[in-house]
Design a protein around this ligand. Structure first.
Ligand code: SF4
Length: 355
């Protein structure tokens, strides 16, 4: 006879040996309030062009349909910082350097977490074989219609901050989430209570004022959306606020007081590619397509493509201090065969000419 309380503790306590901060169990039921909130967010079109978010809501709201036979979900957190928060603030403050969101400095987390989750699942399979229990599972990490933050919150891994992310009082929020859907009736954790209190720092520091209200983000205004998901021209009203952020944005996390307690990772795949941490804006802009592919292959940046990269860097160059190097770099690329890139270059040149 299996004691599922003990089994749950044993399985969760093993998570750290695979590089995870913590594991806990989520029940598979999504509450009605969460579903209504998500549908309202979609109705306001806050998801912009991310149409995949509006698809398959029945799977998002019913994990047992997404993977048949699921009785519980093992939720994990994998930290990704290799340096403390203040060093990322320092990177951000150098307006002539390219700021790449801290989660994207190393190898693509989809691949890394998937591998770690599979290794963890193999261990669980072997462990359960002593009970003659056939472990059936499927692993996910930001790869399917899943309310990841909601599940992790229900499992007790943290609370949802006003910046919409999962936060933990002793670990901050700079970690990835992953899930193992299983046929084992493990014992769910207890949801954590909220600890934002009267703080509104993330809302105040957001460069593009993307928070409509606490807990509600208009993704269309978020720099992560504008520089990564968005394939079109970046609306002019947001370009100055983007500053030197060429891929994503960390501000609502970097300035959150709980991230003083962020943990560093021991997953070596997240070690930054040196060039990405130190990249000057002019080097980022003059790099040719082949060099760019070599720099970004295997990283999440690769998916945005060279044209969006140049578009983003052009905006950052328009926001940098005027110098002969920057003017020369912008002019060298003026004939780049993309109407979108040319338009951003012209905008950047105009910023320097009107100063
Ligand atoms: S900055 Fe303040 S309000 Fe925002 S998530 Fe952190 S604690 Fe909550």
């Amino acid at each position: 006879m299996i004691d599922f309380n003990i089994l749950t503790k044993e399985i969760c306590s093993q998570a750290s040996s695979f590089g995870f901060l913590e594991a806990a169990i989520a029940r598979i039921k999504i509450d009605e309030q969460t579903k209504a909130g998500f549908m309202e967010w979609l109705n306001h079109k806050f998801h912009g062009s991310m149409e995949y978010l509006a698809k398959n809501t029945h799977l998002r709201f019913n994990p047992e349909i997404l993977h048949e036979g699921t009785l519980s979900i093992i939720c994990v957190k994998a930290p990704y910082l290799t340096k403390p928060v203040h060093s990322h603030k320092n990177r951000l403050s150098d307006i002539n350097k390219a700021y790449v969101s801290s989660y994207a400095l190393g190898r693509d987390y989809h691949k890394v977490l998937r591998k770690k989750l599979k290794e963890y699942s193999v261990w669980i399979t072997e462990y359960l074989s002593q009970y003659d229990f056939k472990f059936e599972y499927r692993v996910f990490t930001d790869s399917a219609p899943i309310l990841e933050v909601e599940l992790a919150k229900n499992a007790g891994l943290g609370f949802r901050g006003k910046n919409t992310l999962l936060l933990n009082k002793t670990q901050g929020s700079m970690f990835f989430l992953g899930e193992i859907f299983t046929n084992v009736p493990l014992i769910p954790g207890k949801p954590a209570t909220s600890h934002c209190g009267s703080c509104t720092k993330c809302i105040e520091v957001c460069p593009t004022r993307a928070f409509v209200s606490p807990y509600i983000l208009d993704a269309k205004k978020c720099i992560s959306y504008l520089t990564i998901e968005n394939k079109e021209s970046i609306p002019e009203e947001y370009r100055k606020a983007i500053g030197n952020r060429i891929y994503g944005c960390d501000d609502c996390q970097l300035f959150c007081p709980w991230n003083k307690f962020s943990k560093l990772t021991n997953i070596s795949d997240f070690n930054p590619r040196k060039d990405l941490e130190e990249l000057s804006l002019t080097d980022a802009f003059l790099i040719d397509e082949k060099q760019w592919q070599e720099l970004t292959i295997g990283s999440p940046i690769y998916r945005i493509g060279y044209e969006s990269w140049l578009r983003n860097v052009a905006v950052a160059l328009g926001n940098a201090s005027t110098s002969p190097e920057i003017m020369s770099a912008l002019r060298q690329r003026q004939n780049f065969p993309s109407v979108m890139v040319q338009e951003h270059i012209n905008w950047a040149l105009a910023q320097h000419q009107t100063r």
